[in-house]
Ligand binder design. Structure first.
Ligand SMILES: *[C@@H]1O[C@H](CO)[C@@H](O)[C@H](O)[C@H]1NC(C)=O
Ligand SMILES: *[C@@H]1O[C@H](CO)[C@@H](O)[C@H](O)[C@H]1NC(C)=O
Ligand SMILES: *[C@@H]1O[C@H](CO)[C@@H](O)[C@H](O)[C@H]1NC(C)=O
Length: 368
C-alpha cells in the first residue's frame, strides 16, 4: 500500500525489453469473468488472500470481499475515506480456515473464525507500536504471524522507516506479545520501508522474505528483498541478508534499466510464494508481476492485461496454482483482476496448507 500517487509508466515493454536471458516473459489474462466482484473493489484493491476452495478474496480498504460472489467475508469498522480511522490493507486465511485482516490505520488485526459472523470480527490484536501493519504472512503451521509496515517519508532511514513484527498465535490472547525485530537488526539488514512479506519453507527451515524500498529526496532509489531466518523456538526473524536486488536483477536480465525503475518510483508490493520456492511480487509502477525462484534465481516476468497498477496477488483457482493479481485499472478509478497461468502446477502456500498438502511432521504442524 502506498499513500502517494505514482504515475503509471508504460516504458517497460519497449521493443528491446524482450531480450531477456534467463527471465522469460508470459502474458496474463483478464480474470473479470472468473472473479466478477473485483469490479466492486473501487480504486483501492489490496491485500489478497485465498480460502481452501481456491477462491480469491481482497480488500477494498473497508472490507474483505469474496471476489467470486461479492459477499463480505470480514466487515471492517469503517470506510477507507480520506480521514479514515481504519484501512484494511491485508488479509490471510489461516490453515484452520480463520480469516484475519490487518488494519494499517487502526493498528489492529481482525479475526473472523471459520463459520462465524463476518459482520462481527474480533480484534485479535491491537497495538500503537505497529507502524501499520501493511501486509502479513504466517508460518506453515499457522503459529507465527509476521507483519510489515512503513513510514513513508521523502528520505528513508534504514531501521527506522520500516518494521517487521511477529505474534505467536498459539499463545493465549492475554499473553500474546507483540514482538518486533530491533531497529539495529533492521538497520544492519538494510531494511528501509517494508511492504510485501511472505514466509518460505526449505527443508523444514522457514524464512521471512520482506521487501525494502529506499527513498532519497522523494525518489525510490533501491528495491530489495531481504531474507530472515526464523528461529524455530521463538519465531524471531534473524540474520537478515539481501536475497534479491530487484532493480539490478531486472537490469542484468535486460528487462528494465534501473534508472527507469527509479524514474517510475517502482515499489515492490504484494508478495506470495508457492511450494516450489517461487516468490511472486507485484512491480507496482508497472503492468507487471515478477516470479523469482529463491533457489535457482530464475525469473518469469508476467505482463498484465487489465491491471495497470498491481498492488497484491495470491495463488488460487481449483488447484491453487493460478496467480491472481489485483490493482487499479487504466484510469485509476476502479480495480481490475488478472490471472497468470505459469504452468507447472506450482501450488500456492496458503492454498496448500489449508488443504493439508505436504507432510505432517508434528502435531498441528505441516511442512511442504
Ligand atoms: C478531513 O480532515 C480535515 C482536517 O480535520 C478536514 O479539513 C477535511 O474536511 C476532512 N475531509 C473529509 C472528507 O472529511
Ligand atoms: C515518520 O517519520 C517522520 C519523519 O522522520 C517522523 O516525524 C514521524 O514521527 C514518523 N512517524 C512514526 C509513526 O514513527
Ligand atoms: C530534490 O528534488 C528536488 C525536486 O526534484 C530538486 O529540486 C532538489 O535539487 C533535490 N535535492 C537534492 C539534494 O538532490
Amino acid at each position: 500500500m502506498r499513500v502517494t500517487t505514482t504515475f503509471l509508466i508504460s516504458i517497460l515493454f519497449t521493443a528491446t525489453a524482450y531480450a531477456s536471458g534467463k527471465v522469460t516473459i508470459v502474458q496474463a489474462e483478464d480474470a473479470s469473468a472468473l472473479l466478477p466482484a473485483g469490479k466492486k473493489l473501487g480504486p483501492k484493491a489490496e491485500g489478497c488472500s485465498v480460502n481452501a476452495a481456491g477462491i480469491i478474496h481482497a480488500t477494498d480498504g473497508s472490507n474483505i470481499i469474496n471476489l467470486r460472489d461479492g459477499t463480505v467475508a470480514l466487515k471492517g469498522p469503517g470506510s477507507a475515506d480520506v480521514n479514515a480511522t481504519s484501512w484494511l490493507a491485508s488479509s490471510r486465511f489461516l490453515k484452520n480456515g480463520d480469516l484475519i485482516a490487518g488494519d494499517a490505520v487502526g493498528h489492529k488485526v481482525f479475526l473472523v473464525q471459520k463459520g462465524q459472523d463476518p459482520n462481527s470480527p474480533q480484534v485479535l490484536f491491537q497495538s500503537d507500536k505497529f507502524l501499520q501493519p501493511n501486509d502479513m504472512a504466517v508460518t506453515g503451521c499457522g503459529r507465527y504471524l509476521y507483519f510489515s509496515g512503513m513510514n513513508y517519508t521523502s528520505d528513508s532511514i534504514a531501521g527506522e522507516s520500516g518494521e517487521l513484527g511477529w505474534i505467536d498465535l498459539w499463545k493465549a490472547p492475554v499473553n500474546r506479545k507483540l514482538n518486533k525485530v530491533s531497529k539495529q537488526v533492521l538497520a544492519d539488514g538494510k531494511v528501509y520501508r517494508s511492504n510485501g512479506i511472505e514466509v518460505i519453507d526449505k527443508g523444514g527451515q522457514e524464512f521471512v522474505y520482506l521487501t525494502s524500498a529506499q527513498n532519497v529526496n522523494d525518489s525510490v532509489v533501491s528495491t530489495q528483498i531481504i531474507k530472515f531466518t526464523i528461529d524455530k523456538t521463538t519465531g524471531e526473524p534473524k540474520s537478515p541478508t539481501v536475497a534479491l536486488d530487484i532493480g539490478k536483477y531486472l537490469e542484468e536480465h535486460e528487462i528494465l534499466a534501473q534508472a527507469d525503475l527509479i524514474k517510475a518510483g517502482m515499489d515492490p508490493d504484494g508478495m506470495r510464494a508457492d511450494l516450489a520456492g517461487n516468490l511472486y511480487m507485484t512491480l507496482n509502477a508497472f503492468k507487471a508481476v515478477l516470479r523469482w525462484n529463491t533457489e535457482t534465481g530464475e525469473g518469469v516476468l508476467a505482463e498484465l492485461k487489465t491491471v495497470f497498477f498491481p498492488t497484491n496477488l495470491e495463488l488460487g483457482g481449483q488447484n491453487g496454482d493460478e496467480v491472481y493479481v489485483v490493482g487499479k485499472c487504466e484510469g485509476n478509478k476502479v480495480s481490475c483482476v488478472d490471472v497468470i497461468k505459469f504452468g507447472g502446477q506450482n501450488v500456492g502456500r496458503a492454498f496448500a496448507y489449508q488443504n493439508g498438502l505436504g507432510k505432517k511432521v508434528k502435531r498441528g504442524e505441516w511442512r511442504a
